[in-house]
Ligand binder design. Structure first.
Ligand SMILES: *[C@@H]1O[C@H](CO)[C@@H](O)[C@H](O)[C@H]1NC(C)=O
Ligand SMILES: *[C@@H]1O[C@H](CO)[C@@H](O)[C@H](O)[C@H]1NC(C)=O
Length: 348
């Protein structure tokens, strides 16, 4: 008896499974979800996670961004979105080490602005400083207004940082970083900048971050300097360090003249790939700064760039010496991301 019953039950369950499978296949045919990955990726940005809002006019949970950040629990374990409504926020903001997994969602780099004017110290002047891991920012412009507008400010030129990033796994999309000297301190950690604008004149993208800047506008405002400026001052200090700056499909333009970079440390590594360079880039391209005599330790390369500033014929002899293998490795997104943490945030 028991045996037959079991067998009947088995038959029944086989029948049910088949029925389920058939229904499932029918559903799949009726609603082919070919955009599955697009939808998932959009979802991540649109936020199926708790959201708190900041609105300068009082319509949100907070009127100041810092108050919203401070409300995130210490050692936060799940993504939390802080929706920052359009407006100009006059405050300096700081994400401490113990507040990871924060998504700062602005309303576009032309609509949501955070501005402050601290200066002198690269350690403390930044308008936005972040220490935690896993931070995503979209649609916000960060300004250090100390030397703004470029060339018209009555203040003497000083380091005046707009962004200072010290944690790992950061994604910035549609963000702006506006300054003059030392605009963006890409201190350390793996960072991905997509469709951002970075503006400055001297060493305005600097540090030891392991970063890709993709489809970004590099806006040089060196016209008022009287001498060429410097886009990058990368800070790799030994051959074992993984960091470096890679610019892919970026647009380098502006006023005045500029070097692509000068080494802040002796093993600096910077690549410009598939980018467009206006005539503002000086023919020699790179300046050795304190690395005179050991330029062979630097990795300064340009790959498939175009535009009048991209002519390699008069570049310093010690640039563009990386092998194709090294270049391929640096230009690949795998340079900063083997796990797929960037893809989660991209709208395909
Ligand atoms: C934020 O404001 C909304 C709308 O008033 C409210 O429902 C929500 O509970 C608030 N959240 C927090 C964390 O205060
Ligand atoms: C690069 O940026 C400059 C200044 O914004 C603009 O005039 C030019 O059209 C851009 N080039 C490309 C190829 O997008």
């Amino acid at each position: 008896m028991a045996k037959i019953f079991t067998s009947e039950a088995q038959k029944m369950s086989v029948f049910q499974s088949s029925a389920c499978l058939i229904i499932f296949v029918v559903i799949l045919c009726l609603f082919p979800n070919t955009n599955a990955s697009v939808e998932t990726n959009t979802r991540k940005f649109e936020g199926y996670f708790p959201t708190i809002s900041v609105d300068p006019s009082g319509g949100g949970n907070f009127t100041r961004i810092q108050a919203a950040i401070d409300s995130v629990p210490s050692y936060n374990k799940n993504w939390i979105c802080i929706h920052i409504k359009a407006g100009t926020y006059r405050e300096k903001i700081r994400i401490p080490y113990d507040r990871p997994l924060i998504y700062l969602k602005g309303e576009g780099q032309r609509r949501t602005t955070v501005t402050w004017d601290d200066h002198d110290s690269i350690e403390t002047s930044s308008t936005f400083i972040s220490y935690a891991d896993n931070i995503v920012v979209r649609g916000i412009k960060f300004v250090n207004s100390y030397n703004q507008p470029p060339g018209k400010s009555v203040n003497p030129m000083q380091p005046a940082v707009a962004g200072n990033f010290q944690g790992d796994k950061y994604v910035f999309v549609d963000c702006g970083f506006i300054g003059y000297q030392d605009t963006l301190w890409d201190v350390q950690g793996r960072h991905y900048f997509k469709s951002c604008t970075i503006q400055g004149a001297v060493d305005f993208i600097f540090g030891s971050g392991q970063s890709i800047y993709e489809e970004c506008i590099i806006s040089v405002v060196a016209g008022s300097l009287g001498v060429p400026g410097f886009i990058t001052a990368q800070g790799r200090s030994s051959p074992g360090e993984a960091n470096g700056f890679v610019f892919k499909r970026c647009n380098i333009s502006g006023d005045g003249k500029t070097f692509l970079g000068r080494p802040w440390r002796n093993f600096a590594r910077v690549v410009f790939a598939n980018s467009i360079m206006s005539e503002i880039v000086v023919p020699q391209g790179w300046d050795p700064w304190f690395s005179v005599g050991h330029e062979d330790k630097l990795t300064y390369d340009e790959h498939n760039c175009r535009g009048p500033g991209s002519d390699l014929s008069r570049r310093v002899k010690w640039a563009n010496t990386a092998t194709q293998n090294v270049l391929n490795r640096l230009i690949s997104r795998k340079f900063i991301d083997n796990e797929g943490w960037i893809k989660d945030w991209m709208v395909a």
